[in-house]
Write a protein that binds this ligand. Structure first.
Ligand SMILES: O=P(O)(O)OC[C@H]1O[C@H](OP(=O)(O)OP(=O)(O)O)[C@H](O)[C@@H]1O
Ligand SMILES: O=c1cc[nH]c(=O)[nH]1
Ligand SMILES: [Mg+2]
Length: 207
């Protein structure tokens, strides 16, 4: 599994705003959108481009377009806050949706929806979820994708815990992970420390 930590100064500043308990829901969402831009920018660096002839106001030349824009898959709820930004940067991409809620007693994810293309053979997939804690939710989501034939999955998250990264690594799933920080650890409630709290609640309110 390939891990990239996007620790650009602007990314660190946005992440700090998200961590701060005084940050209100609207400011948290704005900071997550801005952080998502940086994660997408880094994660798309190696995407294949196709050449196409174009004409500028001055002359004919060669232009470029993405050869195969990845499928974007936000994990509901918290990943929804990254979806529009990622789609804006990859406007030709298709979007799928996975809904998971972590059981806060067992810490296991409980799936409640999946809306994905039947086959993902030969398609790159970008999974969006700001939080990688125990890793249970992302293993569940990425297994749904590999069950459909995906072999090229990129996970974009704001924060990752070492425990979750280990679980993803041990899953053997074909993954690359881009995160703005690898935090210290999980606490007894499987929350990331120092973390930022519940990313869904911080954006949309407590359920
Ligand atoms: O790595 P894990 O231990 O599985 O935890 C991470 C998951 O927890 C959060 O979702 P949550 O279940 O709180 O749902 P929500 O987005 O609706 O708040 C987060 O967005 C991840 O999906
Ligand atoms: O710290 C955590 C752990 C799981 N889910 C969150 O939203 N935050
Ligand atoms: Mg939540």
């Amino acid at each position: 599994m390939q891990l990239t930590v996007v620790d650009h100064p602007i990314a660190r500043a946005r992440l700090s705003r998200m961590r701060d308990e005084r940050t209100d829901n609207a400011t948290f969402r704005a900071a997550l959108r801005e952080l998502t831009q940086m994660l997408v920018y880094e994660a798309t660096r190696d995407l294949e481009v196709a050449e196409e002839p174009i004409t500028t106001p001055v002359t004919d030349t060669i232009g470029f377009r993405l050869a195969a824009p990845p499928l974007i898959v936000p994990v509901l709820r918290a990943g929804l806050g990254m979806a529009d930004t990622a789609h804006g940067m990859l406007p030709e991409s298709q979007m799928g949706f996975v809904g998971l809620a972590r059981n806060e007693v067992t810490f296991e994810p409980e799936p409640y929806m999946a809306s994905l293309p039947e086959s993902l053979v030969g398609r790159a997939v970008f999974v969006l979820d700001p939080m990688l804690a125990t890793g249970g939710s992302l293993v569940n989501c990425c297994t749904l994708l590999t069950d459909r034939g995906a072999t090229d999955i990129t996970v974009l998250c704001a924060l990752a815990a070492p425990e979750g990264l280990r679980r993803l690594e041990e899953s053997g799933l074909p993954l690359r992970v881009f995160t703005a920080s690898v935090d210290e650890r999980l606490n007894e409630n499987a929350y990331i420390v120092p973390g930022l709290g519940d990313a869904g609640d911080r954006q949309f309110g407590a359920v």
